[in-house]
Design a protein around this ligand. Structure first.
Ligand code: 5GP
Ligand code: ZN
Length: 138
């Protein structure tokens, strides 16, 4: 998907209306149209990159540096107990809009959001092998 047919690029350019939460020269934050809790907010860089791993580190740092301020305001306004920051990268991970974005999802105790966290245990030796494989790809 190029930037011409990207809905989030259109939002960043002011061509599509959004319920704006925050903006500056680098990022735009707005309410998700399909919230999983009240106040569910998306934070995007104005510039189009698809994923964390193809976003230039400096820009990624600039986006990340805004998350605390925006999340703090979201949870204060929603009077929530906490929040998740989530970034889906790739179709397999649930990314539907191919413009890098961070979800800020207000949470309350017992709200039932993300009911299941499918944790399991590694067999012996596997963590070391996986960590080495990752290190080799850095
Ligand atoms: P993803 O699954 O790609 O991580 O999440 C994309 C998010 O963008 C979804 O939660 C979806 O509700 C939101 N979204 C998609 N289209 C629009 C839109 O036109 N306006 C707003 N405000 N949010 C959108
Ligand atoms: Zn885009």
């Amino acid at each position: 998907m190029g930037t011409d047919d990207c809905i989030f690029c259109k939002m960043a350019a002011g061509q599509v209306p959004v319920a704006k939460v925050y903006e500056d020269d680098t990022v735009l934050a707005f309410l998700d149209i399909g919230p999983i809790s009240d106040g569910h907010t998306l934070v995007i860089p104005r510039q189009h990159f698809e994923r964390i791993d193809d976003c230039p580190p400096k820009l990624l740092g600039e986006v990340a540096s805004r998350l605390g301020k925006i999340a703090g305001a979201v949870v204060a306004a929603m009077k929530s107990d906490g929040y998740n920051v989530l970034c889906n990268n790739g179709q397999a991970a649930g990314q539907l809009v191919k413009h890098l974005h961070f979800h800020i999802i207000p949470r309350n105790a017992g709200d039932g959001v993300f009911k299941r966290w499918p944790a399991y245990k590694y067999p012996q030796g596997k963590p070391e092998a996986i960590a080495e494989a990752i290190r080799k790809n850095l």
